[in-house]
Ligand binder design. Structure first.
Ligand SMILES: Cc1cc2nc3c(=O)[nH]c(=O)nc-3n(C[C@H](O)[C@H](O)[C@H](O)COP(=O)(O)OP(=O)(O)OC[C@H]3O[C@@H](n4cnc5c(N)ncnc54)[C@H](O)[C@@H]3O)c2cc1C
Length: 491
C-alpha cells in the first residue's frame, strides 16, 4: 500500500473541489487533491458561468443589485426553506470570488442578450443578470462548456501553489480515529491501495446525478423514462456516502429541475428553435402554461412535472417557421439568436439519426398519430388558440399578444420535452463553516463538505431569478472551506 501525508485532502477536483484546493493551498496548507476522472472539472466544465453579484464587472455594466438584495430575493423566492446563513455568506463572498478567480487567470465576458427580450418573456421575470460568463478557451464559442477555461485556470493554480493532484484516484473512505478525521483511503490508477494521513478532509464529489438507483430511491424518478438529466460520469454520491459513514446528518436532497429534450447537447439548435413562446401542449392536447413563461426553465420543469407522463410538446406550423427564419427568435436563451439559421440542417440531422422526439407531419391527425397527443384535445385547443390569435388576445392564459401565432398551415413541426436537471443538490448537513455536522448538530472534527453535496439553499426550486447560482455556490463554498480548514488545522 502506498502511504502519503497531507494537512488536508480535498476529495474531487470539480468546481468546489478545485476552489477548496486552491484556497487551502493559499493558506499554506499541504494539500492533496484526489480526482476520480482522468481530467478535472466535473460538471463545472460543462457550464457557462457563475453568480458574481456585486462584482466590479457587474457594476461596470450598470447592474447594481447588491449582495444583500440578492440574498433577500433568493430567500423570498425559496420561501426561506434553505439555509439562510450559508446563503448570506455565499452572496457576500461572491464579488470577491470573481476578483479572486481573475487573479487566478479566469476571464469573464458580459452577456446582456436577454435584456432586450420583451419583459414577460425574460427568463427570470425580473432579469437580474447575476451570472458572469467565463471567457471560453481560444476558438470555442460562447455557450455550454466555456467554464472549462475556469477549470483549466484553477487546475494550473493548484499545481503552481504546490498542491498534489492525483487523477484517476477515487477516494473510498474517510478514516476516523478518536472521533476525528485522520485520513483517506483511495485507489490509484492501477488499482493500487493508497492511504493518506491528514488532519482534515473536504468532500466535494458533486452529488449523485450519475446514479439512477439513488435518484429513484431519493426522488422517485426513473432515469430515461420521466427524467433526462445530465449525468456527469463519476458523480454517483460518493461524497454523501463517505460523510454519512462518518456520522454526518442528512439534509433534504433535490434536483435542480428544468426541462430539456433527451441528448440535448447533440440537438442544441433544434431545442433552441422550439424554446420559443409557441403553442405548448401536454399529451391530452391541452395548454398548461402561458408560454411566455417558458424562459424560467426551473419553474417550467415544475409545470411539466404536473403533466401526464411528465412530458409536453411544442408545436409550430410552416408559416411560423417561415416567420422565425426571416425575423429570428423571440427568445434567444442559452442557444442564442441564430438557431433558425440552422433549423433545416438540425431537423435533417435529427431525422437522419432517427431522433425519436422530433416530429414533422402534413396534418394534425398525422401529428397526433406520430406524437401520441390526444386528437380531440388538440383539435379543441387549436380551435380556441387559432381564434385567439385572430382576436389578438389569449383568452385562456393572457400570453403576450406578440407571441400569438396560429397553428394552421401544414407541414406541422413538434418537439417533445421532458424533465431535466443539471444534477442533484444536498445530502450532507453542514454548519456555516462547511463542517459536516451530526444529528445533534455537533461538527465532526476535520470533516468538511462543499459544493452540491451540501447545497441545501434552494428549498424546492432552483432560483433562476439569480442565474449562475449553483456554480456560484460551489466555487464560493469551496473557497470558504479552504479558509476555514486552515483555521481548524492552525488552531
Ligand atoms: C451541462 C451543464 C451546464 C451547467 N451550467 C451551469 C452554469 O452555467 N452556471 C451554473 O451556476 N451552474 C451550471 N451547472 C451546474 C454546475 O456546473 C454544478 O452545479 C457544479 O459544477 C457542481 O460543482 P461540484 O464541485 O459540486 O461538482 P462537480 O463540478 O461535478 O465536480 C465533482 C467531481 O467529483 C469527482 N468525484 C466524484 N466522486 C469522487 C471520488 N470518490 N473521488 C474523487 N473524485 C470524485 C467527479 O469526477 C467530479 O470531477 C451546469 C451543469 C451542467 C451539467
Amino acid at each position: 500500500m502506498k502511504k502519503l501525508q497531507a494537512d488536508v485532502v480535498v476529495v474531487a477536483a470539480g468546481a468546489s473541489g478545485l476552489a477548496a484546493s486552491v484556497s487551502a493551498a493559499e493558506q499554506g496548507l499541504k494539500v492533496i487533491t484526489l480526482e476520480k476522472n482522468k481530467v478535472t472539472g466535473g460538471a463545472a466544465s460543462m457550464g457557462m458561468g457563475l453568480n458574481g453579484v456585486g462584482s466590479k464587472n457587474q457594476r461596470m455594466h450598470g447592474l447594481n443589485l447588491t449582495a444583500d438584495e440578492a440574498f433577500l430575493k433568493h430567500m423570498h423566492y425559496t420561501h426561506w426553506m434553505g439555509n439562510a446563513r450559508l446563503t448570506y455568506d455565499y452572496y457576500r463572498k461572491a464579488a470577491s470570488t470573481i476578483d479572486w478567480l481573475e487573479d487566478h487567470g479566469v476571464e469573464f465576458i458580459f452577456r446582456g442578450s436577454s435584456l432586450y427580450t420583451p419583459t414577460r418573456m425574460r427568463p427570470f421575470a425580473q432579469p437580474d443578470m447575476t451570472s458572469l460568463t467565463v471567457k471560453p478557451p481560444e476558438g470555442q464559442k460562447v455557450g455550454p462548456r466555456c467554464a472549462s477555461a475556469m477549470t483549466k485556470a484553477l487546475t494550473e493554480s493548484l499545481i503552481s501553489l504546490g498542491a498534489e493532484l492525483l487523477t484517476e484516484t477515487p477516494a473510498k473512505h474517510v478514516i476516523m480515529k478518536d472521533g476525528k478525521v485522520a485520513g483517506v483511503q483511495a485507489t490509484g490508477p492501477k488499482g493500487e491501495d493508497i492511504e493518506i494521513e491528514c488532519k482534515a478532509v473536504i468532500l466535494a464529489c458533486g452529488g449523485f446525478g450519475d446514479n439512477p438507483k439513488m435518484i429513484n430511491e431519493n426522488l422517485g424518478f426513473t432515469w430515461g423514462e420521466d427524467l433526462f438529466s445530465f449525468r456527469i460520469p463519476g458523480n454517483v454520491g460518493d461524497g454523501l456516502r463517505m460523510a454519512w459513514e462518518c456520522g454526518a446528518a442528512k439534509t433534504r436532497v433535490m434536483m435542480e429541475l428544468m426541462y430539456q429534450i433527451p441528448d440535448n447537447l447533440n440537438h442544441f439548435d433544434l431545442e433552441g428553435a422550439f424554446r420559443q413562446p409557441l403553442l405548448w401542449v401536454n399529451k391530452m392536447g391541452e395548454r398548461f402554461v402561458p408560454e411566455d413563461c417558458i424562459g424560467n426553465t426551473a419553474t417550467m420543469g415544475n409545470c411539466i412535472l404536473n403533466q401526464p407522463g411528465r412530458t409536453c410538446f411544442t408545436i409550430m406550423d410552416s408559416d411560423t417557421l417561415k416567420y422565425y427564419k426571416r425575423r429570428g427568435v423571440d427568445f434567444p436563451g442559452v442557444q442564442g439568436e441564430e438557431v433558425f439559421d440552422h433549423f433545416d440542417e438540425a431537423a435533417a440531422a435529427a431525422k437522419e439519426e432517427g431522433y425519436k422526439y422530433y416530429f414533422e407531419a402534413d396534418t394534425i391527425e398525422e401529428l397526433c398519430e406520430k406524437t401520441g397527443i390526444k386528437l380531440e384535445g388538440l383539435k379543441e385547443t387549436l380551435e380556441q388558440y387559432n381564434a385567439d390569435c385572430d382576436l389578438g388576445r389569449d383568452t385562456v392564459f393572457n400570453k403576450d399578444y406578440h407571441f400569438l401565432r396560429p397553428v394552421r398551415k401544414g407541414p406541422f413541426y413538434a418537439l417533445q420535452s421532458f424533465i431535466g436537471a443539471y444534477g442533484t443538490l444536498g445530502g450532507v448537513k453542514v454548519d456555516r463553516k462547511f463542517r459536516a455536522i451530526d444529528n445533534d448538530w455537533e461538527p465532526i472534527p476535520g470533516l468538511y463538505s462543499v459544493g452540491t453535496d451540501c447545497c441545501d439553499i434552494y428549498g424546492d426550486t432552483y432560483p433562476f431569478v439569480l442565474p449562475g447560482n449553483t456554480m456560484g455556490f460551489c466555487v464560493n463554498s469551496g473557497r470558504m472551506a479552504g479558509e476555514y480548514v486552515a483555521e481548524y488545522i492552525n488552531g
